[in-house]
Design a protein around this ligand. Structure first.
Ligand SMILES: [Zn+2]
Length: 158
């Protein structure tokens, strides 16, 4: 038996068991699967959440530094793909990212410069966030300047 998440032409989502993937194909082709919400027989496998990349190609990732609590830098950014649980986790991360931003000074593209000043105590310790290139993040990590990658927020893509 195999469980598929299906979606009708009106966007209703529901789950249905099939003997096999081929069994689903036959039933779908013969329009024998009805949407329990609206009765439509035009159903297809639901589109799963798209892969969520840790960074977009054009916008450099927003990152935050908190000099008070240095942590080991993570130069590689894990990428995840998945279902509703992942979407919830991403929402939670975005919530945290919003809080971090609210409590930090925005330094924009000068992030690497400002993070270094704080690290070398040339500037008062404070929380900052901004953008850094992959090269800058690598250099900061090598110098032991602590920072955390922040997940991109939907409003960043505007
Ligand atoms: Zn429906």
């Amino acid at each position: 038996m195999i469980l598929f998440e299906l979606q009708c032409e009106h966007g209703d989502r529901f789950e249905a068991w099939f003997r096999s993937s081929a069994d689903y194909d036959v039933q779908a082709a013969e329009k024998r699967i009805d949407c329990p919400a609206c009765g439509s027989a035009n159903v297809a496998k639901a589109i799963m959440a798209p892969a969520v990349a840790a960074r977009t190609r054009n916008a450099p990732p927003a990152i935050a530094a908190e000099p008070a609590t240095p942590s080991p830098a993570a130069p590689s950014q894990p990428v995840a793909a998945g279902g509703p649980d992942l979407a919830k986790a991403m929402q939670l991360m975005q919530q945290i990212a919003r809080e971090v931003r609210a409590k930090s000074d925005y330094v924009g593209p000068r992030f690497a410069e400002e993070a270094r000043k704080i690290h070398y105590e040339e500037a008062p310790a404070r929380s900052i966030y901004g953008e850094a290139s992959t090269t800058e993040m690598k250099e900061l990590a090598e110098e032991g300047v602590g920072f955390h990658p922040l997940p991109p927020l939907p409003e960043d893509r505007n």
